[in-house]
Design a protein around this ligand. Structure first.
Ligand SMILES: [Fe+2]
Ligand SMILES: [Fe+2]
Length: 269
């Protein structure tokens, strides 16, 4: 099975790129399943229902969210209704929707989990290690699921490294989201889990993590807020990974994927 997993979609330029290019990419790279993080797809804050629908119509199979999961109010109902939306398992005790979702891909069962980190995050989320462990007691590779993919939505590279090495061999893929900058440590861990500390964002990289640069720079220099952040609108790079998962649920190959825009290196153009 071949997975394309894209990092945080930021604003309109990334939504347009997904709508225009995803079906072409899927066909050209023989992608079986597309997971995208879309916590910043609507004006940089959360995900609206119409934008979620656009992503699904463009060829996305599953959408994960993050600490911005419910910034758009309408996601509160939609996350309950649409089983293709995954919010973090440790977001809050009574959050709407679910942090784990099962998908059937022909005869294969794919489990998607999203979990939030604790280090340098604005809110105190519960222990991600314990949260994942509780699901792995119910689901395991080679017994009741064929692939387990974890979106670890966290700030600190150390926390992401630690969690990935701890669960190495028990899941197919662990990839980080949230920082919006791709890391170059793409690899298969010793026991067979595909890993990259952060996938980077799908957005305009001539920006401050996806936002038009003027206001963030002003805030760093003056400490004062003048305007709202708004997503930069230059051409987006779609950034993520492509992973081949074996029949035993472990990874056979992982490659970084960066398509169009400033960071393009996909070799597809
Ligand atoms: Fe985030
Ligand atoms: Fe984000």
């Amino acid at each position: 099975m071949r997975l394309l997993f894209l990092g945080d979609i930021v604003g309109k330029t990334a939504r347009i790129s997904i709508a225009e290019n995803l079906l072409i990419i899927k066909k050209k790279l023989s992608i079986d399943f597309v997971l995208v993080n879309a916590e910043n797809a609507t004006s940089g804050v959360g995900l609206s229902v119409s934008h979620a629908k656009l992503l699904f119509e463009s060829g996305v199979n599953c959408i994960s969210l993050g600490d911005h999961a419910f910034d758009q109010n309408e996601m509160i109902n939609f996350a309950e209704k649409d089983s293709r939306i995954v919010r973090p398992i440790n977001y809050a005790k009574f959050s709407p929707g679910s942090g784990f979702r099962l998908f059937n891909l022909e005869s294969k069962k794919i489990l998607i989990l999203q979990v939030l980190g604790q280090v340098f995050m604005k809110k105190p989320f519960s222990d991600p290690f314990e949260a994942i462990e509780s699901y792995l007691q119910k689901y395991s590779l080679k017994s009741n699921v064929d692939a387990i993919i974890i979106d670890f939505h966290a700030e600190a590279t150390s926390e992401k490294n630690a969690l990935a090495l701890h669960f190495d061999g028990k899941v197919s893929v662990i990839a980080g989201t949230h920082t919006h900058i791709p890391t170059s440590d793409t690899r298969i861990l010793p026991n067979g889990t595909a890993y990259q500390t952060d996938l980077g964002m799908c957005g305009d990289y001539q920006s401050v993590i996806g936002m038009e640069k003027t206001e963030p720079i002003r805030r760093f220099i003056t400490g004062m807020t003048k305007e709202r952040f708004r997503p930069a609108e230059g051409e987006a790079t779609l950034s993520g990974i492509v992973v081949d998962i074996n029949n035993d649920g472990l990874a056979n190959k992982i490659s970084p994927f960066r398509y169009k825009g400033l960071l393009s290196q996909s070799g597809m153009e």
